[in-house]
Design a binder for this molecule. Structure first.
Ligand code: FAD
Ligand code: SF4
Length: 507
């Protein structure tokens, strides 16, 4: 029975009916998983540490675990090769596994089993609240998928925030109440999230990662992520107690030196399957029903977990493998070097990348409207941008990273689940943060030495997409605003944009 590195929970269906008299649990660490994309050191460490803790828990239960360490002698680097070797060594009657989260891993399992002539038995991943088949049935042959309708189906199906047949409070969605920036004087005191001092297992992993992957991006200095179920549950209850109430209004807000804001920081725990979405949603709903936390915050949070997370997984499995190659606009520019260092004069980018390198974390709007939006405006290769996202976040696994990056941030899939590209001038970032006040650029300027790259490249993007934007009621206003600028200004914007695009590394 194979336990994959992102399926670390006792309810893993691969372990159903486990019979210690004849079954063995197999877990594989593989260096190739750290280098497949140039992974942040904290991302490597969180996977290895959580796997080792889970192994120790299984062993403490008396279960037989064949565990292949990263540096086990005589082992190939790649996960697929390690699995093939294990199958040749153990010669099982069958390999039982929970269906993998990633397309690539599924192919590796199928190939290794076929080559070793070992039957592969895959069991549906019961961590999720919507199965792949249920999602496919909901999607039918719709060309465009909308999360909001899926989310309502999920609310009804699972009876979440429902009063009878009606949504609690009379509305399905309180998003309009959830878009505030911080007050002008700053975010004030935000209760900091629970962080966990590395125990002996994690310290050993940190030393290993430093020795083996020390040249990889990111720091391990501040590593404090949950790596066990008990820690993940503590983090969940601490969030619900301390930050959920204000999560809603400030979920889009950004501020210098404020890496966590009011966010949950639960994505890595969920994606490792240390906790389930069902228990996360139940804890949030209970806080509203029993402790009267504001409905707008609770609904806004539940929408992310019950709605977006399940929806994104469904889209991934419907649209793979073509999603991996999607490139609606045909963009091919290389990722600027500063994505790996944060050394740029753009303050918003310095902040978002800086905290990404320090912690392996940035929150949704930083990923969407700072690092992601730049990708589309600067016409970067979607595949290079996606590889970066897969590498640098502690919660990055392809089934959730790819649809968010290629689909939501880059519109590389042509709007399969978004009605328009997420683009705006630097004035959006100025409104939602204090970043612009410490920047070499000015968000209001489209041209000239202080022109903000977001602003110039935004108008240049609208210029290039003018006809498509005019056809879409949700973007037509942007195109009409561009037309008001006049020919001379438009020519100046194009020239300024070309200057920026020709040397993105210099921004
Ligand atoms: C370009 C881009 C790349 C992303 N890559 C990843 C990724 O690799 N892994 C990942 O887990 N999330 C990814 N996200 C979604 C989101 O940014 C993170 O889930 C969130 O920032 C994690 O922080 P948090 O736990 O504090 O979440 P909160 O903001 O507090 O939200 C609560 C939970 O909702 C879920 N959630 C929220 N938004 C999304 C979303 N859009 N898709 C799926 N689940 C969501 C997460 O599980 C999260 O823990 C990405 C978003 C963008 C725009
Ligand atoms: S001026 Fe432009 S580049 Fe600078 S922080 Fe603001 S949005 Fe970012």
């Amino acid at each position: 029975m194979l336990v994959l590195g992102d399926q670390l929970w006792r309810g893993n269906p691969a372990l159903d009916g486990f019979d210690a008299a004849q079954d063995r649990i197999l877990m594989l660490e593989a260096p190739g998983e750290a280098t497949h994309v140039w992974s942040h050191q904290a991302r490597i460490a969180i996977f290895l540490s959580a796997m080792r803790h889970f192994r120790d828990a299984l062993v403490a239960e008396g279960l037989p675990v064949a565990y292949v360490d990263l540096d086990a002698p005589g082992q190939p680097d790649g996960f697929g090769e390690r699995l093939a070797l294990a199958l040749r060594t153990h010669r099982p009657h069958a390999l039982v596994a929970c269906e993998p989260g990633e397309w690539r891993t599924l192919a590796l399992l199928q190939d290794a089993c076929a080559a070793a002539e070992v039957p592969l038995q895959l069991r549906a991943d019961s961590h999720f609240l919507c199965t792949r088949d249920e999602f496919a049935a909901w999607a039918g042959d719709k060309r465009e998928l909308r999360m909001e309708f899926f989310y309502r189906t999920m609310r009804r199906r699972h009876g979440v925030l429902m009063d009878g047949d009606e949504p609690a409070g009379g509305q399905w969605n309180y998003d309009v109440e959830n878009r505030r920036g911080y007050p002008r004087q700053g975010p004030g005191l935000i209760p900091p999230p629970l962080r966990f001092a590395p125990d002996a297992v994690t310290q050993e992993v940190i030393a290993l990662v430093r020795a083996r992957f020390g040249a990889h991006p990111g720091s391990l200095e501040h590593f404090g992520w949950p790596v066990t179920r008990a820690q993940a549950l503590d983090a969940l209850y601490e969030f619900v107690d301390q930050r959920l109430a204000a999560f809603g209004p400030y979920q889009d807000a950004m501020w210098t030196g404020t890496p966590w804001g009011w966010h949950a920081l639960l994505s890595s725990s969920l994606n490792l399957h240390l906790i389930t979405p069902a228990e996360v949603v139940a804890a949030a709903e209970a806080a509203w029903r029993e402790r009267q936390l504001p409905l707008a915050s609770v609904e806004g949070f539940i929408r992310q977990v019950l709605g977006w997370r399940e929806f994104i997984r469904g889209v991934y499995w419907l649209d793979m493998p073509r999603l991996g190659q999607a490139n609606h606009f045909g963009f091919s520019r290389d990722l600027p070097r500063w994505y790996w260092t944060g050394e740029t004069r753009m303050n918003c980018m310095r902040e978002a990348i800086g905290q990404t390198l320090a912690h392996g974390f940035a929150h949704h709007i930083q990923r969407l409207m700072v690092t992601g939006q730049f990708g589309i405006l600067a016409q970067l290769s979607p595949q290079q941008v996606c590889d970066w996202y897969l590498a640098v976040y502690v919660d990055a696994v392809e089934w959730v990273e790819l649809p968010n990056t290629a689909g939501m941030a880059l519109f590389a899939n042509g709007g399969r689940f978004t009605s328009k590209p997420y683009v705006s001038s630097g004035q959006y970032i100025d409104r939602m943060s204090n970043y612009c006040s410490g920047c070499a650029y000015d968000p209001k300027q489209r041209t000239g030495p202080q022109a903000c790259p977001y602003t110039t490249l935004f108008w240049n993007f609208v210029d290039g997409q003018e006809r498509a934007f005019l056809r879409n009621p949700r973007t037509a206003m942007m195109a009409r605003n561009l037309q008001r600028l006049g020919d001379a200004e438009r020519a100046a914007i194009r020239a300024e944009a070309q200057r920026m695009l020709s040397d993105l590394d210099a921004l």
